[in-house]
Design a binder for this molecule. Structure first.
Ligand SMILES: [Cu+2]
Length: 148
């Protein structure tokens, strides 16, 4: 159903998404009551021109943003970014401590073992919906919380 709606919105655009390959996507499991979480994945660009992830959507959270971590004088802070570029014939890794898709205001709990659908929109007007397993994320995640 969602995909049909999306296809209508993008009717004039190419629906091909052969250029970007999404590998190993997952969402971070969080304890019940937690407001925010994040998703990570490897984005591979198989085309000879750069492309960018420009938006992400999901019904799992009230708002979904693209974020990066920036080290400011030794303190890791999250910043919203307009886009995440994937170089020509290259790859960009969304990982804990770096780029991520931020879920703000979770609409439901995210225990390990569940899954989340996220639609990724790219600068070439392509989009794709991926199903992310919810996993526990170990190292490096202390910095990820919105507590600073
Ligand atoms: Cu974030």
């Amino acid at each position: 159903m969602k995909k049909v709606l999306f296809a209508t919105l993008l009717s004039a655009a190419s629906l091909s998404h052969a250029d970007v390959v999404v590998e190993n996507p997952y969402a971070r499991a969080v304890p019940p009551g937690q407001m925010n979480s994040a998703a990570f994945m490897m984005l591979k660009n198989t085309d000879s021109t750069p492309v960018a992830l420009i938006a992400a959507k999901s019904d799992v959270a009230k708002s979904v943003e693209l974020h990066n971590h920036i080290n400011e004088e030794g303190v890791m802070r999250m910043r919203q970014v307009k886009e995440i570029t994937i170089p020509a014939n290259g790859m960009t890794n969304l990982q804990p401590g770096g780029y991520h898709v931020m879920f703000i205001g979770l609409n439901r709990d995210l225990p390990e073992g569940k899954s989340v659908d996220v639609t990724l929109q790219f600068s070439d007007n392509s989009s794709q919906t991926v199903t992310l397993p919810v996993k526990k994320v170990m190292a490096g995640m202390k910095h990820h919380q919105h507590k600073h």
